[in-house]
Design a protein around this ligand. Structure first.
Ligand code: HEC
Ligand code: HEC
Ligand code: HEC
Ligand code: HEC
Ligand code: HEC
Length: 233
C-alpha cells in the first residue's frame, strides 16, 4: 500500500503545537496591550441615568459611604444602593426635580410612566472575571476607599481615579504599611496621617507616619499575599 499521507504530515502535531503556543502568546500580548492600558481606564466617567452627585450627598449633606454602599464592610462585593435608599429622602426632598424622573419611574406608582424598573447605573470599576477581589478584606484591615477610588467625596460625577491594574494591586501588597489607616479613619475623607501622628503619636509610641504604618501592620497582623492564586483562583 502506498503511503497516502506525504512524509511532512508526521510533523503536523508539532507544527500545530508550536502554532498554538505562538497564537496563545500573541493573544496574551494583545490582551495585555488592549485590556490594560492605564490611560483608557483612569478617567473613565460615563454619564449616569440620574446625575447623582457624591459631592452633594457626601460632602455637603455628610452621608457616610455605608449609608448607600451598605455591604462594603461585610461582603466581598460593594453594592450600589437600590431606589429605596434614595426614595427615603426624595419622596420628600426635591420631589419635582426633572433629574429624578428615573427614580419616580421606579418608586412612585402615581407617576405617569411608572414601571417599577430599577435604575440602570453604569458600572465604572470592574475587575476582569478572572480576578478575585474582596472589599471587606481591605476595609477591615485599614485600607480606605479613598486609596483605591480617589476623592469620591468631591466628585459631581464618579470617574475612575486609579488604574486597578495588576501592578497597582501588587505595589500595595508588597508594602501595605504606606496605605494603612487606623480603622476609625477608613471612611474619613479628610484623614491626614501627619496630624494623626501629631495627636495620637505619643499614646501609640510612634513618631512618624512611617512608624504608624508599620505599627498598624503589626497590630492588624496584615500580610497581603502576592502569590498568583491570591487573585486568580
Ligand atoms: C446617597 C447614596 C450614596 C452615598 C452616601 C455614597 N454613594 Fe457611592 N454611589 C452611589 C450611587 C447611586 C452610585 C452609582 C452612580 C454613580 O456612579 O454615581 C455610586 C457609585 C460609587 C462608585 C462607583 C461604582 C462603580 O460603578 O464603579 C464608587 C467607587 C463609590 N460610589 C464610592 C463611594 C464612597 C467612597 C462613598 C463615601 C465617601 C460613597 N460612594 C457614598 C450612591 C452613594
Ligand atoms: C439623606 C437624604 C438623601 C438621600 C438618601 C439621597 N438624597 Fe439626593 N439629595 C438630598 C438633598 C437634601 C438634596 C438637595 C441638596 C441641595 O439642594 O443642595 C439632594 C439632591 C439630589 C439631586 C439634585 C437635584 C437637583 O435637581 O438639583 C439629585 C439628582 C439626587 N439628590 C439624587 C439622589 C439619588 C439618585 C439618591 C440615591 C442614590 C439620593 N439622591 C439619595 C438628600 C438625599
Ligand atoms: C483595595 C482597593 C479598594 C478599596 C479599599 C475599595 N475599593 Fe471599591 N472597588 C475596588 C475594585 C478593584 C473594584 C472592582 C471590583 C470588581 O469588579 O469586582 C471596586 C468596585 C467598587 C464599586 C462598584 C461595585 C459594583 O458592583 O458596581 C463600588 C460601589 C465600590 N467599589 C465602593 C467602595 C467603597 C464605598 C469603598 C470604601 C468603603 C471601597 N470601594 C473600597 C477597589 C477598592
Ligand atoms: C492600598 C493597598 C492595597 C491595594 C491597592 C490592594 N490590596 Fe489587596 N490587600 C491589602 C491588604 C492590607 C490586605 C489584607 C491582608 C491580610 O489580611 O493579611 C489585602 C488582601 C487581599 C486579598 C485577600 C483576601 C482574602 O479573602 O483573604 C485579595 C484577594 C486581594 N487583597 C486582592 C487585591 C486585588 C485584586 C487588588 C487590585 C485590584 C488589591 N488587592 C489591591 C492591600 C491592598
Ligand atoms: C494582588 C492581586 C494579584 C496577584 C497576586 C496576581 N495578579 Fe495577575 N492580575 C491581577 C489583576 C487585577 C489583573 C487585571 C489587570 C487589568 O485588568 O488591568 C491581573 C491580570 C493578569 C493577567 C492578564 C494579563 C494582564 O497583564 O492583564 C495575567 C496573565 C496574570 N494576571 C497573571 C498573574 C500571575 C502569573 C501571577 C503570579 C505571579 C499573578 N497574576 C498575580 C491581580 C493579581
Amino acid at each position: 500500500m502506498a503511503n497516502i499521507f506525504p512524509r511532512w504530515t508526521n510533523l503536523l502535531p508539532l507544527k500545530i503545537a508550536v502554532g498554538a503556543v505562538t497564537v496563545a502568546a500573541g493573544v496574551a500580548l494583545a490582551f495585555t496591550y488592549y485590556a490594560t492600558p492605564k490611560t483608557l481606564r483612569v478617567g473613565y466617567q460615563p454619564s449616569q441615568p440620574i446625575p447623582f452627585s457624591h459631592k452633594i450627598h457626601v460632602d455637603q449633606l455628610g452621608l457616610d459611604c455605608r449609608y448607600c454602599h451598605s455591604f462594603v464592610e461585610v461582603s466581598g462585593h460593594s453594592n450600589v444602593p437600590t431606589g429605596n435608599t434614595c426614595w427615603n429622602c426624595h419622596q420628600h426632598v426635591q420631589k419635582d426635580s426633572p433629574k429624578l424622573a428615573p427614580l419616580h419611574r421606579e418608586m412612585d406608582p402615581n407617576y405617569p410612566g411608572y414601571d417599577g424598573k430599577p435604575i440602570e447605573w453604569v458600572r465604572i470599576h470592574k475587575a476582569p472575571d478572572y480576578v478575585y477581589f474582596n472589599h471587606s478584606a481591605h476595609v477591615n484591615r485599614g485600607v480606605s476607599c479613598q486609596t483605591c477610588h480617589g476623592d469620591i467625596h468631591k466628585m459631581e460625577t464618579v470617574y475612575q481615579a486609579e488604574p486597578h491594574s495588576m501592578g497597582w494591586c501588587l505595589d500595595c501588597h508588597r508594602a501595605p504599611e504606606k496605605n494603612l489607616r487606623p480603622l476609625e479613619e477608613v471612611f474619613n475623607f479628610y484623614y491626614d496621617a501627619e496630624k494623626y501622628v501629631a495627636t495620637h503619636g505619643k499614646e501609640l509610641g510612634v513618631e512618624t507616619t512611617k512608624d504608624l504604618g508599620l505599627k498598624l501592620k503589626e497590630q492588624f497582623d496584615v500580610k497581603p499575599k502576592t502569590s498568583c492564586a491570591t487573585c486568580h483562583h
